[in-house]
Design a protein around this ligand. Sequence first.
Ligand SMILES: Cc1cn([C@H]2C[C@H](O)[C@@H](COP(=O)(O)OP(=O)(O)O[C@H]3O[C@@H](C)C(=O)[C@@H](O)[C@H]3O)O2)c(=O)[nH]c1=O
Length: 189
Amino acid sequence: MKRLETKLEGVVILEPAVYGDHRGFFTESYNRKNLAGLGIELDFVQDNHSYSAEAGTLRGLHYQLNPMAQTKLVRVTAGAVYDVAVDIREGSPTYGEWVGVILSEANHRQLLIPAGFAHGFCTITPHTHVSYKVTDYYSAEHDRGIRWDDPELAIPWPVTRPVLSDKDSKHPSLREAEAHFPYREVSLT
Ligand SMILES: Cc1cn([C@H]2C[C@H](O)[C@@H](COP(=O)(O)OP(=O)(O)O[C@H]3O[C@@H](C)C(=O)[C@@H](O)[C@H]3O)O2)c(=O)[nH]c1=O
């Protein structure tokens, strides 16, 4: 497993070794000891899997308030997505900055998104499967969102009219979210 830094401290790209042969390939998609060797020691408690039928499906930008903030390790098992992590940690020198990475079935890349970041992705292919590990349990009560098209974030999503859930079409901007949910409620880790 190779660790690649991004411009945001703590947001890390992981590239696993992939062993191809005439049958296809083999890869260790998660190995706790190897990650610890890369300085990543986390207790994952839940695995999530989402399927999006259409290209241009956007899920996000999501986070959970403390004490249920989640660190996420995201990968794509079929298709490809543009995956985004936004720093919403109070007092962070990179508050409001984001990183966008292509994760795909072909590149096997994984994105580690620390607690205190909002996360979202947009599918680039139809029939896309995204699989991710999280360090805390889902809590509807702590579940929050920021609008995907917040003009201050200006994330260059691959589509301008994505397929959205009802919930994701109604989120506040980051500034509005700050006012409603003081960001001290968001993990500072
Ligand atoms: C996220 C989640 C949802 N659910 C339920 C709630 C709801 O009825 C249904 C669909 O939930 P959502 O619409 O929130 O699913 P989705 O929009 O795919 O939400 C996910 O988006 C990505 C970007 C993330 O980062 C995740 O943490 C999560 O927020 O699944 C769970 O039971 N457990 C979970 O962990």
